[in-house]
Design a protein around this ligand. Structure first.
Ligand code: CA
Length: 235
């Protein structure tokens, strides 16, 4: 098996760190372990990992502070893992620059899917460039056509309004990643948009009616309750 990307795991709980390392090594990833925030920051500089898995509850400093320090000089992808399951904590981590968020306990498949998604985003540089060149983004039977400003579902034009298209287009540029409500609203309606949540919810309900076979059990557009939305990457 060839060595794939190098992943730094910042986690002080030995059992969890070993579990994550075993799962990643089993898939050919090289892993390095850090047991504190300070150690993680210095190892990021010295080991140049491709991805960081960051626990929020570290002994010397809060994981969010590690993230803030890291983001002052690096856009390295970070998947946060935490026992904090409150929606507010997920939103805070994502808005602070985390690429994704896993709530403990999590399974092997979920961990690997998040890691693959975060790494794919680095590989395509900004992610957006590749899509812009290709002009389309395809997930299952959903095709986002960035040139024609159309979404096709099962071969048919979904007839989205411009706002609806822009929401799907934005999620498509960050496929597989959860975008917080605030991020979507800021991107679409600007930093001073007020009362955007309600507009966003209404638009999402309309989009789901147009593209999902059963809007109550979406195949494409997932809600992370209290956090935001994610377009499935088909995994
Ligand atoms: Ca911990």
């Amino acid at each position: 098996m060839t060595i794939k990307e190098k992943i730094l795991v910042a986690e002080d709980e030995k059992n969890i760190a070993q579990f994550i390392a075993a799962v990643l090594s089993g898939q050919g990833y090289e892993t390095v372990l850090a047991r504190s925030g300070g150690e993680a920051l210095s190892m990021i500089s010295s080991h140049c990992p491709d991805l960081v898995i960051l626990d929020l509850g570290l002994p010397d400093m809060d994981g969010l502070d590690v993230l803030a320090r890291l983001r002052s000089w690096s856009s390295l992808p970070v998947v946060v893992v935490s026992a904090r399951s409150h929606e507010r904590d997920k939103v805070t981590a994502l808005d602070a620059g985390a690429d994704d968020y896993l709530t403990k306990p999590f399974g092997t498949a979920e961990l690997l899917a998040r890691v693959r998604t975060a790494i794919r985003h680095t590989r395509t540089a900004s992610g957006n460039d590749e899509i812009a060149r290709a002009g389309t983004c395809t997930v299952g039977e959903l095709v986002i056509d960035y040139n024609r400003h159309q979404v096709l579902i099962r071969g048919e034009n979904a007839r989205l309004t411009l706002s609806e298209f822009r929401i799907v287009a934005l999620l498509g540029k960050h496929i597989g990643k959860v975008l917080t409500y605030d991020t979507i609203i800021r991107e679409l309606w600007g930093p001073r948009a007020g009362g955007g949540n309600q507009i966003l919810r209404v638009n999402m309900a309309n989009i789901r009616r147009k593209i999902e076979k059963n809007p109550a059990e979406p195949e494409y557009l997932f809600t992370e309750v209290g956090v935001g939305y994610r377009l499935s990457d088909g995994e």
